[in-house]
Design a protein around this ligand. Structure first.
Ligand code: URA
Length: 230
């Protein structure tokens, strides 16, 4: 919400008076004077007029979970356990998943209540790398390397995937880097080159790496540096 709107939502303050208060340095956002009436204020910001707090920041949560196989990337489901159910009750409220993993897939899952932040991590146009370790049914072909590099046509979305990279670890194992996060993207890319994935494990998103200390089902809060990297 715009800062001027927050101020003018206070009893008895007109929009004009709100703009004047802001312009003359009476308003602080997160403890710092803000003179821009159009400044966008998220729910994670504190706002004060002359040292009187008129809006308290709601706490932002940023978590990484080592998702075990068999858990849905969802909050609730009638048929299957969900990733959010692995999170402590008092942290769960309003969490959403920043970049789902399929039920059988494992590894780095990020949960937050900060929608702007998670969009920066997952929006295809922002092109943050996502790294997956995969096992395939058949040996990875030279054609797969080239087709991944050229981008693969997704008929349903009518788009070509951004260039992706395969680092072969053995005949049927590779580390794959993609720069989007489309529905079943890695599986569909392998299917397009006549192969099939038998296991998929996410190692990183952007510069956030899955913490090797986390056993499947365990989670921790992201560090300030991890949050700021997005
Ligand atoms: N691509 C897939 O196919 N599945 C996932 O879970 C993540 C990326």
């Amino acid at each position: 919400m715009k800062l001027s709107r927050i101020i003018s939502n206070q009893n008895g303050i007109s929009r004009q008076r709100a703009n004047a208060l802001i312009a003359t340095g009476h308003v602080k956002v997160n403890g710092r004077i803000c003179r821009e009436p159009r400044h966008e204020v998220s729910q994670f910001c504190t706002v004060a007029i002359d040292e009187e707090t008129i809006r308290t920041a709601c706490p932002a949560h940023y978590l990484m979970l080592n998702k075990p196989a068999g858990y849905l990337s969802a909050t609730v489901d009638d048929a299957h356990p969900t990733a959010v159910e692995l999170i402590d009750m008092n942290l769960r409220t309003a969490l959403h998943i920043a970049g789902r993993l399929d039920r059988a897939s494992t590894g780095l899952l990020i949960l937050t209540n900060d929608g702007n932040w998670s969009r920066r991590l997952t929006e295809p146009r922002i092109k943050k790398p996502k790294v997956y370790k995969v096992t395939t049914e058949s040996p990875i072909s030279a054609e797969a390397h080239q087709r991944f590099k050229d981008g693969i046509w997704f008929e349903y979305e009518q788009l070509r995937t951004s260039p992706a990279h395969i680092e072969e670890l053995s005949e049927c194992q590779a580390r794959v880097t993609i720069y989007e996060g489309r529905y079943h993207q890695v599986k569909r890319m392998f299917r397009a080159v006549g192969n099939r994935i038998t296991s998929l494990h996410r190692e990183s998103m952007g510069s956030i790496q899955l913490d090797p200390e986390l056993m499947p089902g365990q989670y921790r809060t992201l560090t300030a540096a991890e949050v700021d990297s997005v």
